[in-house]
Design a protein around this ligand. Structure first.
Ligand code: GDP
Length: 365
């Protein structure tokens, strides 16, 4: 025995590390973070869901490096996007959105369609838990290989969250999904954001006792291409039919739509499946009409313009509020407005002037 081995401090040479259990996995895991934009593009075009998910995570990230690479990936995927039918689905919590999507989704998968379900949930920031991101929702279709479900991205502003979803649509279309559902809770502004990124807007409503028309804002009803009364089964069928007549009468009061489409009202049940196929057929009829009369193209171009301006506004706003000098000056100005030393407008102009001065200096430097 050598001297060293007799010491209590002797360290055994150890054994060689075994190979990774799955060397392929280990290799791909190491590569995960280092994919080039072109590799993401290749993976997405091949329909690789893991790569698609990773690319969406980059879109959702606020890290500047991720934003850069995400924008490159979107640029590469853009030529392969635009071919899907984009459908917005809204309604108050509990109206039956996820049950409806589950039943319609199953039907569509049976029709050999590839479905992607995205969500915009403006409440997730407040509740710290996404209403729409609940994992138990749409349990059956979420297991289907032709269905891809992505919960609402987190974000500080609805505009930011919506833009991320708008960008995610591009990647999902490039990955071969021919139908995109964008779901949102009917709580106000988010419908406008969803309406500005879809071809067809479906409003789900509950049959109520007479005052149902007051539950939802007029503007949202006016955006709908179709109103579907949910849960029309069992003892609820009569009230669903009554609600249908009410809504048909209400829709008559709106001016004709630019698309040439006459919005309708259907009743349906996610439990029995009644009305689901009819709703899908109406969506297909709408699609045919607007493709023939070219409204489809026109609307998409207008939406692209809208998103350009939205992105500029979002970016200017976040640059402004994240500017360190502005950040430190704002409390002072707020106090000054409060004490009546500045009017709101004077304070705003002073802050904007400070911001402009800095931007000009930065540009000139
Ligand atoms: P969401 O919050 O809008 O996504 O609504 P959910 O799909 O989670 O449905 C809310 C509740 O209504 C659940 O308890 C469902 O089981 C029920 N529900 C949904 N669709 C139907 C339907 O077609 N018929 C009946 N009877 N109940 C339904």
């Amino acid at each position: 025995m050598s001297e060293g081995k007799e010491s209590a401090l002797f360290v055994q040479p150890g054994v060689a590390q075994p190979e990774a259990i799955n060397s392929k996995f280990a290799a791909s895991y190491k590569r995960k973070r280092k994919l080039a934009p072109e590799e993401y593009e290749e993976g997405i075009l091949a329909g690789n869901r893991v790569i698609l998910s990773q690319a969406i995570t980059l879109i959702e990230s606020t890290h500047p490096d991720h934003t850069d690479i995400a924008q490159k990936i979107i640029g590469l995927c853009l030529p392969y996007s635009g071919k899907s039918m984009r459908i917005g689905i809204t309604g108050v919590p509990g109206v039956g959105k996820s049950s409806f999507i589950e039943t319609l989704g199953k039907f569509m998968v049976g029709q050999k369609r590839k479905l992607c379900v995205l969500a915009i949930d403006p409440t997730s920031q407040l509740s710290k838990g996404s209403i729409l991101g609940d994992k138990t929702r749409m349990e059956e279709i979420s297991k289907d290989e032709n269905v891809f479900i992505r919960p609402s991205p987190a974000g500080n502003s609805l505009g930011g969250v919506a833009r991320k979803t708008r960008e995610t649509i591009v990647l999902c279309e490039a990955a071969g999904f021919d139908t995109i559902f964008v779901e949102t809770v009917g709580v106000g502004q988010s419908e406008i954001a969803v309406h500005s990124m879809v071809d067809f807007f479906l409003l789900l409503m509950l049959a109520g006792a007479g005052d149902e028309l007051q539950g939802i804002k007029r503007g949202i009803m006016e955006m709908a291409d179709l109103i579907a009364i949910t849960k029309a089964d069992g003892t609820n069928i009569n009230s669903a039919n009554l609600a249908k007549s009410d809504y048909i009468a209400a829709l008559h009061l709106f001016p004709p739509t630019e698309s040439g489409w006459i919005p309708g009202v259907e009743i349906c049940s996610a439990v029995t499946g009644d009305g689901i196929q009819e709703i899908w057929n109406l969506i297909l009829s709408y699609s045919e009409l607007v493709k023939n009369n070219r409204y489809f193209e026109k609307k998409r171009l207008e939406q692209s313009k809208y998103w350009m301006h939205q992105t500029i506004e979002e970016s200017l706003k976040s640059n402004f509020y994240n500017n360190p000098q502005i950040k430190s000056k704002i409390p002072e100005m707020e106090k000054s407005v409060f004490l009546g030393k500045h009017t709101s407008f004077q304070a705003a102009y002073e802050l904007l002037a400070l911001y402009n001065y800095q931007s000009t200096n930065k540009l000139g430097s």
